[in-house]
Design a protein. Structure first.
Length: 622
């Protein structure tokens, strides 16, 4: 559950015949061999397949365009009920569309669409399909707040679930503000509490002869414990329990308020779970029993028209405002890495924060004369110190130009996610955001004895300073290497503490008292001075308007930076990468067949994260 891991690639030396060598980010040296006839044939076939897929895609684009034109010429007048399907999961904020589909549901996207829907006379209400066990507490909470705001327009929110089988209170929080919750009579309510689990590989390491060697700042940098311990340390258990209890208290208070059930009564219901549908109704957790078809008929009746249209909220665009003033929206979610944001494919959206991409978005907002303030949405467990520093420096350039920067924390804003936030003009976090984790850890696992048990050996030659080869996965650190690595960790931690002290107007001692790698909920972070205000995306926009001296009820245009690529641009990129496909397939093949990949590949991938000193390994609370 904690923080930041760092490693560098294994050193390599020498050369052999067989083509140029290159190294992966994990330090595995690969050598490009001449392409065989079979591989050439495979690549040729691949090119034909890609061409066929592209042709089919163009046909779909043509038909889609014709359909859109027809739809534009025939606007419907029937009532609309927006649908939110929690079974599909929700990411933090919208991403660019993929080549073969649109962006998935997002918390920020839902908030913005509900803002518009509240003023749209054609929209009569919202229909939610529950439930999903994949929601984070903060996402569940932001959805709840948006639904409460939407209901103030006088429109209804109705949920139907074919059972509420998750034992977590988090999915129920997402629907608790509904006017009515329906459930299929043959199902049950399992909602009981929160459960957090940590993995410990210390016993495995001892059994196979591997030597975990890590350096950390703070007793609460507990990601190290996953490799060195066989169970919770006192500090690890304390921090995990504190975080989980804080989340539980916040969630149950919200549910009790929404369902108009005394808190102690609610805790009694949770303590005796699971419950039949009838018992759940009697306890006030749900309102009606019925099948999906029955609740949809009921909704049509409430909307006043049998031809009521059920429309996915992902197809309902937020309100469009033109002109000025403009508040820029820059968003990043997932691990912070150097370079461009990525991690997606032609089928799925990118889900990491590239330092260059986010910095470019902030610089574009800086250069846009219409932009008067920036809302920077952060939902990240952190990652690379260099990329985090690059993003923070870009935010400071925006501030230096007189444009305030407001942080809106989403699911997580921990370690590097907090690093990029610390110097902002104003920080807004949801009460259930996981944040903080000001600290550092790093190291490696030496597999020398483990390899020896199976007859495998790595031998190397060092030329120059003793630190060369310090990150070798075979040999343990020498005393000099460990001392050098300690200095590196000390420097990162000192810089992190100083940055937070400067940004939050605290003394170093005050920061250290709440640092040590400790993670906090947004509610705890507010009490500790790490954030300024509790709330979601709308709260952050309101703060940006206030700092930019814009009247609270004035309309502003929200403009996303950097601009998302269109599907046409994604299509062009598909072809531009075809010539490289052969080399990429060879590299992948070599990596899969490397000795490291066959020897504890999962543990090594998690432990040996190059350039990830400012990443928090956060708990999964469910």
């Amino acid at each position: 559950m904690t923080d930041i891991a760092v490693t560098s690639p294994s050193s390599t030396s020498g050369s052999t015949s067989g083509g140029p060598a290159f190294a992966t980010s994990d330090g595995v040296t690969l050598r490009r061999q001449p392409m065989s006839g079979a591989k050439l044939f495979f690549i040729t076939v691949l090119g034909v397949v890609v061409g066929l897929v592209a042709f089919i895609f163009l046909l779909f684009m043509l038909f889609g365009a014709l359909g859109a034109m027809a739809a534009a010429g025939a606007k419907t007048t029937e009532p609309i009920v927006l649908t939110i399907d929690l079974r599909e999961g929700i990411i933090d904020h919208p991403t660019a569309p993929t080549l073969f589909g649109n962006t998935p549901q997002s918390a920020v996207g839902i908030v913005r669409s509900l803002d518009r829907a509240a003023e749209d006379e054609q929209v009569k209400g919202v229909f939610i399909r529950g439930e999903s066990g994949g929601l984070t507490p903060a996402t569940s909470e932001e959805l709840r707040l948006a639904l409460i705001e939407f209901k103030q327009s006088g429109k209804f929110v109705i949920t139907h679930a074919q059972g509420l089988s998750s034992t977590s209170v988090v999915p129920f929080q997402a629907i608790s503000a509904s006017d009515e919750i329906w459930m299929q009579a043959s199902t049950s309510l399992a909602t009981a509490g929160l459960y957090s689990q940590s993995e410990f590989l210390g016993g495995v390491m001892e059994k196979i002869g591997a030597q975990p060697q890590f350096i950390r700042h703070g007793d609460y940098k507990t990601a190290v414990n996953s490799y060195t311990e066989t169970g919770y340390t006192d500090a690890h258990r304390e921090s995990s329990l504190s975080l989980t209890q804080s989340l539980f208290d916040s969630v149950t208070a919200n549910i009790a308020e929404d369902r108009d059930i005394p808190l102690q009564t609610l805790l009694g219901v949770l303590g005796t779970a699971p419950h039949s549908a009838e018992a759940a109704r009697d306890a006030g957790m749900i309102d009606e029993l019925g099948y999906l078809e029955e609740v949809k008929d009921y909704i049509r009746e409430k909307a006043g028209d049998d031809d009521t249209i059920f429309k996915s909220i992902t197809k309902y665009s937020p309100k469009v405002i033109t002109g000025e003033p403009v508040i820029a929206v820059v968003g990043g979610q997932g691990p912070i890495l150097p370079g461009q944001s990525g991690g997606g494919s032609i089928f799925s959206p990118a889900m990491n924060m590239g330092g260059e991409t986010i910095a470019a978005g902030l610089d574009a907002a800086l250069d846009d004369e219409d932009v008067v303030a920036v809302v920077f949405r952060v939902s990240s467990p952190g990652g690379s110190p260099a990329a985090s520093d690059q993003i923070m420096a870009a935010a400071e350039r925006v501030q230096a130009a007189g444009k305030p920067v407001v942080i809106s924390m989403g699911q997580y804003a921990a370690s590097g996610g907090y690093y990029v936030s610390a110097k902002a003009d104003h920080i807004v976090a949801l009460p259930q955001t996981i944040t903080g984790s000001i600290g550092v850890y790093g190291g490696k696992i030496a597999f020398e004895d483990a390899f020896a048990k199976v007859g495998y050996n790595l031998d190397g030659i060092r030329v120059g300073g003793e630190y060369a080869g310090a990150y070798n996965i075979d040999e343990p650190f020498t005393e000099a290497q460990r001392a050098g690595y300690q200095r590196e960790m000390d420097d990162i931690y000192d810089e992190f503490v100083g940055l937070v002290a400067d940004g939050r107007d605290l003394t170093r001692d005050e920061v250290i008292a709440i640092a040590e790698g400790r993670v906090w909920t947004g509610e705890q972070a507010l009490a500790n001075g790490l954030v300024d205000e509790l709330g979601g995306f709308d709260t952050a926009v309101a703060a940006a308007k206030r700092l930019a001296e814009i009247e609270a009820d004035a309309d502003v245009r929200l403009k996303t930076f950097p601009r998302a690529k269109t599907q046409e641009e994604l299509f062009e990129e598909l072809f531009s990468g075809t010539a490289q496909a052969g080399a990429d397939f060879e590299a992948i093949s070599a990596l899969i067949n490397s000795p490291e990949a066959r020897t504890l590949i999962e543990a090594r991938a998690r432990a040996m994260r190059q350039g990830q000193e400012l990443r928090a390994d956060l708990p999964t609370v469910r």
